[in-house]
Design a protein around this ligand. Structure first.
Ligand SMILES: Cc1ncc(COP(=O)(O)O)c(C=O)c1O
Length: 492
């Protein structure tokens, strides 16, 4: 039998991680023997007074590490003696013991059984079938056959490929500069290293893109969430949070935020800039989705609105075209870009120049703009499809956001539905999504989930939501049946 672990609710380490660590120790020191059955999530949750999803998250991690195995219908068991993950007992290197980097705070994303055909709303990425491959191949050929090929294949500047930087600089001011990065993700990592130390506070949207949260979490930075509503970041909550937390940095995605799809109106953008200036805070604008507007009037970016030039803006080609090329950029005050370039140089010398040169050729030939227009048209049809399918298929009492662009939409299912518990059932039925817990900072919403709709054609969006709606209805019916069974009068 599993020894009941001691968990500390005041610790900074999430409870599911503590539970994972305790069970892992029991497996490694032999208190839990290979082949031994561990209690089902519901039972252990009951014994420990925890939410079932917390226990499920710990089990997912143990399973991902090969320490336990789940058998459908029979529960989970400690993995067998030949499992390489149990090698510490036989004297092999205990790698976990050597690692000093913090682990990602999220449990791994559950994957469907091999061979399952899934309609996947899981990933915020462009539709591969819309990639303009002919134009892209032409751009590749022109670059490789062109006179700059040798220079492109030689080592270059840490700031990025100069002709692409010149192309992207547009309206840049004299006191600003631009650094090419391996996507916005690397820009976030560099900004974290430049501006924050362990224990510092950063304000982010809640819910938030996990890749952003994890970069700061890894560095031991305190991440404080600012609630996101239908109009994006709740600007009114800022003064109180700033006074209480003294943050070093705030990161905001004003257009088509991930995961909610929300956009900040002009007045909220103006108010945000006022507050940031008043408190002399560093503002990072994540403008990765701005080119994908399907409805409504365009809004200026925070960077465009900021007369001081102090806003640091991140952009990327990833959402528009070819995320595999990993090309993004940061624009900001010269001293900031200079130091970011230095940090980048220590990491990877500079970003791949062939990708940059091909994207530049692709843009200069006009192909990027015509592709953007096609993406916007397709996105508009996909947004329309997801909104009408949500209305049609999600159970009564569901709420969902109404983005005007981007790739994501946020759904809140009615009580007592729990999106994490629903996911394995939905995957077996043929549809996948990401539960809200992957995006939570401090507000846990068990009924919330993200639908990334832009990568799916309208017919699949419709079919996927029909399946999800059916799974929700079945789960609700089961919950109602369990409830009425529990409420049956006691016979005395
Ligand atoms: C809000 C947000 N920021 C950053 C990224 C990372 O983008 P990139 O591919 O440019 O690194 C993503 C990707 O999903 C995102 O949604």
């Amino acid at each position: 039998m599993i020894p009941l672990p001691q968990l500390d609710s005041n610790s900074d380490e999430p409870i599911y991680r503590q539970l994972h660590a305790r069970i892992k120790t029991s497996i490694q020191d032999g208190s839990l023997a290979p082949g031994e059955r561990i209690p089902p999530t519901r039972e252990l949750a009951g014994l420990l007074g925890l939410n079932r999803t917390t226990v499920a998250a710990a089990y997912e991690l143990l399973e991902a590490e090969g320490l336990i195995r789940g058998h459908v219908g029979r529960g989970s068991f400690v993995a067998g003696p030949n499992d390489p993950n149990l090698a510490t007992a036989s004297g092999a290197m205990d790698w976990e013991d050597r690692f000093v980097a913090n682990r990602a705070p999220d449990p791994p994303v559950p994957v469907a059984a091999p061979g399952t055909h899934l309609i996947s709303f899981t990933s915020a990425r462009p539709a591969a079938e819309l990639f303009p491959l002919t134009a892209f191949r032409t751009a590749c050929r022109e670059v490789i056959d062109g006179p700059e090929a040798v220079e492109i294949l030689q080592l270059g500047s840490p700031l990025g490929y100069a002709p692409l930087r010149a192309y992207l600089q547009g309206q840049k001011r004299q006191d600003e500069d631009l650094l090419i990065t391996n996507g916005c993700q690397q820009a976030l990592d560099l900004l974290q290293r430049l501006f924050t130390r362990t224990g510092d506070c950063v304000l982010v949207e809640d819910p938030i893109y996990p890749g952003l949260r994890n970069v700061f979490a890894h560095a031991g930075v305190r991440i404080v969430g600012v609630p996101v509503g239908p109009d994006g970041l709740d600007v009114d909550a800022l003064p109180r949070l700033i006074a209480r937390e003294r943050p070093r940095l705030i990161v905001v995605t004003p257009s088509f935020q991930n995961p909610t799809g929300a956009t900040m109106p002009l007045a909220a953008r103006q108010a945000l800039l006022r507050i940031v200036r008043e408190h002399r805070m560093v503002l990072v604008e994540n403008d990765i989705y701005a080119e994908l507007r399907y409805q409504g009037p365009d809004l200026p970016s925070l960077k465009q609105m900021d007369d001081s030039g102090e806003t640091i803006q991140m952009k990327s080609f990833s959402k528009l075209a070819f995320p595999g090329l990993r090309v993004g950029w940061v624009t900001g005050p010269r001293p900031v870009i200079g130091r970011l370039a230095e940090l980048k140089q220590w990491t990877d010398l500079h970003s791949d120049q062939l990708s940059q040169a091909v994207l530049l050729r692709f843009a200069q030939s006009g192909s990027l703009e015509s592709h953007r227009q096609r993406m916007v048209e397709a996105g508009r049809a996909r947004l329309h499809a997801v909104l009408s399918a949500c209305e049609r298929y999600l159970p009564q009492g569901s709420r969902f956001t109404r983005p005007q662009g981007g790739m994501n939409l946020w759904v809140r299912l009615p009580d007592p539905l729990d999106a994490s518990e629903l996911l394995p059932r939905a995957q077996r039925a043929g549809v996948s999504f990401l539960p809200g817990r992957y995006f939570a900072v401090s507000r846990q919403e068990p009924g919330a989930l993200r639908l990334s709709f832009a990568g799916l054609p309208p017919e699949q969006i419709e079919s996927g939501l029909a399946i999800l709606g059916r799974v929700c209805q079945e789960e609700l019916a089961a919950a109602r049946a369990a409830q009425s069974a529990g409420l049956a009068p006691v016979i005395v």
